[in-house]
Design a binder for this molecule. Structure first.
Ligand code: SAH
Ligand code: SF4
Ligand code: F3S
Length: 464
């Protein structure tokens, strides 16, 4: 065998770095599933890799800039690989690829391939083209339907007992601060039958919990399975009820939702579908009607509060999480005070909060009244202090309660297990390794800001 033949038959190393949201995590896994059968072996570090994929995020300036610093770090690694007679193919995928494809290639010649979120199924072909030409290739068309058809789910590799499943992608809402409608394209919902097949395959591999993903997951409107309601469409609640019947799947979550798409059927599902976890991520962004209007969120503070009250009537133990932006253009101290007031009114179990980041091409970037960076920093600190206090209080309120915990792994200390509560809190307690992958009752005895400690209630394993 010649040296050349040896090289082509040897397994190639693939390194993927993922930034941004869970949708990117899902996409990175699908890319890996697609490339492994072609002879790529996942690696933990970029050093010496044959193929490096940066799956990028464009949501805030800092996120987007990270890509360029990472590309800077890859440059010497690529040169090293070439000096040793090999090749490193550097690929930029994800939302920065979609938004700034041409600019990436101009700013960072180290990049061989730029591929947008809707064309991952064509990666093998594109990589082959790079190999052939070692030239440029740019692929950022929107063909989302093809993407899901081609990234066939049953081949999916899973680790652990909890998995993400993308059911909807893209966004038509055009909030005035946000790049997602531009980077992910128009709303698209996968057919219910395709999702069902994916979830069945996950259940067969031992997955107990699924999180349905979408940029606007509760706007889901997918083709109903053949024979159900021919030609009809299913909303998210109908899909959840269907998936809940799959044996082995005991917990269902979904994220991220827009308040305006919380229809009555979905609200009611929290009352009637016990596999739907009592935890809802429902971003509001701001607590001032004036700012919500400027953000193009299309609802008022009172409507958001009424929605949460309705959810709490139907599912009293429901916990809320949210996203907030401080320092949107035009935000006065009084608007910010309204955001603080809304947080006090709702009481969040956890939340993400950000300083407004001016994104090129979005309406917000051109608005008058851009807020000073120092003011944003100061408001964010106040908001985060309040949200931290609420998170701590929420966790502390668990002490003395018994919670079903899905055990996912061994804990840090010998004999310890780590898992998650229905509210996504990390829980650790002593217990046998045989419980990994099972759901068992745990009495909570301690709480910190980020985790709970408990005692396994023996004989009360609620494993299916
Ligand atoms: N579709 C989801 C949000 C996706 S982006 C929704 O509608 O809620 C995740 C979060 O990033 C947003 O909820 C928002 O809080 C934040 N975000 C988006 N654009 C931003 C920007 N330009 N500056 C700061 N935060 C932003
Ligand atoms: Fe962005 Fe708004 Fe769409 Fe969410 S709903 S992805 S914040 S435009
Ligand atoms: Fe970022 Fe794109 Fe997700 S911009 S948050 S990776 S949809």
């Amino acid at each position: 065998m010649t040296a050349k033949q040896t090289e082509t038959t040897a397994r190639k190393r693939l390194f993927i770095r993922t930034y941004g949201c869970q949708m990117n995590v899902y996409d990175s896994e699908r890319m890996r599933d697609l490339l492994v059968p072609l002879g790529y072996e996942p690696a933990d570090a970029p050093e010496g890799a044959d193929l490096v994929i940066l799956n990028t995020c464009h949501i805030r300036e800092k996120a987007a800039e990270k890509v360029y610093s990472e590309l800077g770090r890859l440059k010497p690694l690529k040169a090293e690989k070439e000096a040793a007679g090999g090749q490193m193919t550097v690929t930029v995928a994800g939302c920065v690829a979609q938004a700034e494809g041409a600019e990436i290639q101009r700013r960072a010649p180290v990049v061989d391939l730029v591929v947008g979120p809707q064309t991952y199924h064509r990666l093998p072909e594109l990589i082959a083209r790079v190999h052939r030409e070692r030239g440029e290739a740019l692929e950022t068309e929107f063909e989302v339907e093809e993407k899901f058809d081609a990234l066939a789910a049953p081949k999916r590799h899973v680790e652990g007992f909890s998995a993400f499943v993308t059911v909807q992608e893209g966004c038509d809402k055009f909030c005035s601060f946000c790049v997602v409608p531009y980077t992910r394209g128009a709303e698209y919902s996968r057919p219910a039958a395709q999702i069902t097949a994916e979830v069945r395959a996950l259940a067969a591999r031992g997955v107990r919990e699924i999180t349905l993903l979408g940029q606007n997951v509760n706007a889901y409107s997918g083709e109903a399975p053949a024979g159900e309601e021919a030609g009809g469409r299913w909303g998210l609640a109908r899909l959840i009820r269907h998936l809940a019947m799959i044996g082995g799947i005991d917990r269902i979550r979904f994220t991220t939702s827009h308040p305006n798409d919380m229809d009555e059927d979905l609200i009611e599902a929290f009352a009637s579908e016990e596999k739907l976890m009592p935890y809802l991520h429902l971003p509001v962004q701001a607590g001032s009607d004036r700012i919500l209007k400027a953000m193009n969120r299309k609802h008022t503070v009172a409507e958001y509060v009424a929605l949460i009250e309705r959810l709490r009537v139907l599912r009293p133990d429901i916990a809320l999480s949210g996203d907030f932006i401080v320092g949107f253009p035009g935000e006065q101290e009084s608007d910010f005070a309204d955001t603080m007031k809304l947080v006090e009114t709702v009481g969040y179990a956890s939340a993400f909060s950000f300083k407004y980041s001016r994104r090129p091409g979005t309406p917000g970037a051109a608005m008058a009244g851009q807020v000073d960076e120092a003011v944003k920093t100061e408001r964010l600190a106040r908001l985060q202090a309040l949200l931290d206090t609420q998170q701590q209080a929420f966790n502390a309120s668990m002490v003395g309660k018994s919670l079903p915990v899905l055990f996912e792994r061994k804990g840090r200390n010998p004999g310890q297990l780590g898992g998650r509560s229905p509210y996504l809190q990390g829980v650790h307690c002593d217990g046998p390794a045989s419980l990994i992958g099972q759901i068992a009752m745990v009495e909570i005895v301690s709480a910190s800001k980020n985790a709970l400690g408990g005692r396994l209630l023996s004989g009360e394993s609620c494993a299916a």
